[in-house]
Design a protein. Structure first.
Length: 393
């Protein structure tokens, strides 16, 4: 059976890796829609190769440029724009599977729309789950949508859990061990990281990724977001998820059982493995990733995270335990602070300061609706922007 796919965030790092896997299996997968924010030329190229029915961008001007490019090259893809169009291509009855690979809060509404339409969801966009975990998981349960994690750690955990896992009580799972590479600044002190530049922060030792997640990996906020993501995906309390720094990024995460067994998933650090796993699940397909050579790797190291040097992990872990809309506020403040760092308006170590101050100063509430989540997100963005304005670099 041909699987019809909408790929949200096609021009990004995950988007490109997804198309690489799909191109290896033209007999199994076809593209219904590709979407991007503003990279019109790259999206047009992808349309020529995969011939989707629709291509969606963020604004009307980009859509009109895209449509001209597509016509000139004889491609029949129709260009659309805006959030409504994203939701339309994420929920169309012709679609089986939606890869959610937009970065940040912008991915929430289209991803949630796909969930409500009962699609199979391949979730890379962790921010959607962090900011609206309760609503998101309720929507998954209500629609019967199949939710498969793309984040390498969560995909690893999924692979190490028993089939049909619902929660830790019945399955003897005592702990999830979440792998972290430690990022480009592992071993440095907070003081040493004060003058780090955006390019240094984005130069990850093991993974090639978009700039936002690269900065999150450097501050370890990415691991904090992933801790919250793991709690929602696997119905685990935050206390039962432990971060293990493993610099080689070969073990992608582990599951500890109450009989003393620990199961791990290993592989080369290449996102095509979790993407291929989720696309084909419960079957397996070839991904293009080289075989793991344990003799060349020779050793695997483990250490505890340094929470003094990387306060973002501790802040996120506290937010996970606090509940209510703390994670929504954390995510919003982090997105604003990371953008300010990438724009060289604040220093690297000020990202944690902005997030912590925003969380300390905002009142928490229990978000009961998507509108309430969006309001908490908006208010936190305004709040952290105001904090950033007052900061001297
Ligand atoms: P990226 O920056 O490379 O790509 C982001 C994609 O989202 C692009 O296609 C861009 O056009 C689109 N986009 C950005 N802003 C948008 C907006 N406002 N509206 C609509 N589309 C928008 O990011 P990435 O590294 O591919 O990461 C994508 C998601 O996957 C993130 O949530 C990230 O945390 C997660 N993830 C990435 C990796 C990785 O290896 N790159 C690993 C695990 C999880
Ligand atoms: Mg990850």
């Amino acid at each position: 059976m041909m699987q019809m796919i909408t790929l949200l965030g096609a021009t990004g790092s995950i988007g490109v890796s997804t198309l690489d896997v799909i191109a290896r299996h033209p007999d199994k997968y076809a593209i219904f829609a590709l979407t991007a924010h503003s990279q019109v030329d790259k999206l047009a190229q992808q349309c020529l190769q995969f011939n989707p029915q629709y291509a969606v961008v963020s604004d009307a001007a980009a859509a009109s440029r895209l449509q001209s490019l597509l016509r000139e090259s004889g491609c029949s893809t129709e260009a659309l724009w805006g959030v409504d169009a994203l939701c339309q291509v994420a929920s169309d009855s012709a679609v089986d599977t939606v890869m959610a690979a937009i970065v940040g809060a912008a991915g929430l509404v289209p991803t949630l729309t796909a969930v409500k339409a009962g699609k199979k969801i391949l979730l890379a966009n962790k921010e959607a789950l962090v900011m609206a975990g309760g609503l998101f998981m309720q929507a998954v349960a209500a629609s019967g949508s199949v939710l498969l994690p793309i984040d390498s750690e969560h995909n690893a955990i999924f692979q190490c859990l028993p089939a049909g896992y619902t929660d830790s009580n019945d399955s003897g799972v005592s702990k999830l061990l979440l792998s972290a590479s430690g990022g480009p600044f592992r071993g440095q002190t907070l003081e040493q990281m004060r003058s780090v530049t955006p390019d240094q922060a984005c130069a990850h030792p093991n993974w090639s990724m978009g700039r936002k997640i690269s900065v999150d990996s450097a501050t370890l906020m990415n691991k904090g977001l992933e801790l919250i993501e793991a709690c929602w995906l696997f119905a685990m309390p935050a206390q039962s998820v432990e971060v293990v720094v493993h610099p080689q990024s070969i073990i992608h995460s582990l599951v500890q059982y109450n009989d003393g067994s620990v199961l791990a998933q290993l592989g080369n650090p290449d996102m095509r493995t979790p993407i291929a796993h989720a696309l084909a699940w419960p079957e397996r397909i070839e991904s293009g990733v080289a075989d793991l050579d344990l003799f060349e790797i020779a050793r695997l190291d483990f250490e505890k995270p340094d929470l003094d040097a990387f306060p973002c992990l501790a802040i996120a872990s506290r937010a996970a335990q606090t509940g209510a809309d703390a994670a929504t506020i954390l995510n919003a403040a982090n997105e604003v602070a990371v953008q300010a760092f990438l724009d060289e308006r604040i220093g690297f170590t000020q990202i944690a300061e902005v997030v912590e101050q925003t969380l300390n100063e905002r009142a928490l509430s229990e978000p009961e609706s998507l509108e309430a989540v969006q309001e908490a997100d908006n208010q936190a963005r305004l709040h952290s922007s105001a904090i950033i304005k007052k900061l001297d670099k």
